[in-house]
Design a protein around this ligand. Structure first.
Ligand code: ATP
Length: 133
């Protein structure tokens, strides 16, 4: 089976580099499936799961947005943060979710709603990928 090399990199360092048969990412304008020999592509990603398929199994990585670049059977994902399910701290994500929900419900004037909405999305994404939701 042909494969492509997937590399997920964050400012804190590499999170994963391995070969997969297919990568499915959520771009800002919809889902993109990448198979070997895909044409070169650059796309912005949403806060979402990157799905990596090999040998009938699927692995997930939580990404907080970022950029995907495809060229020459290599997929590079540059993200502000990215976690494998095992490294997600569920308690921390639950606290972040509760904090963001409190901010969004607050009637104060000085709340940055967009920031709270993004924090809520990151927390829900982590909880979904850790299997705790
Ligand atoms: P928090 O409010 O808990 O910091 P956040 O969504 O604001 O959450 P980010 O700014 O996305 O956090 O991430 C900062 C760093 O902390 C990144 O390296 C990210 O991988 C890590 N991180 C954030 N939340 C978690 C979590 N629940 N489990 C593991 N790592 C996390």
């Amino acid at each position: 089976m042909k494969t492509l090399t997937v590399s997920v990199v964050t400012p804190s360092g590499p999170v994963l580099e391995d070969d997969f048969e297919m990568v499915v990412c959520k771009a800002e304008n919809g889902e993109i499936g990448i198979l070997p020999d895909h044409i070169p592509l650059v796309a912005p990603l949403s806060i979402s799961a990157v799905r990596l398929k090999r040998d009938g199994e699927e692995r997930h990585i939580a990404v907080s947005g970022g950029i995907m670049e495809v060229s020459a059977n290599k997929v590079t994902i540059l993200a502000q943060s990215a976690e494998k399910p095992a490294s997600i701290d569920v308690g921390r994500a639950k606290e972040a979710k509760a904090r963001a929900e409190r901010r969004l419900q607050s009637k104060q004037d000085n709340i940055d709603y967009l920031r709270a909405e993004l924090a809520l999305k990151r927390a829900i994404n982590r909880l979904e990928i850790s299997g705790d939701k």
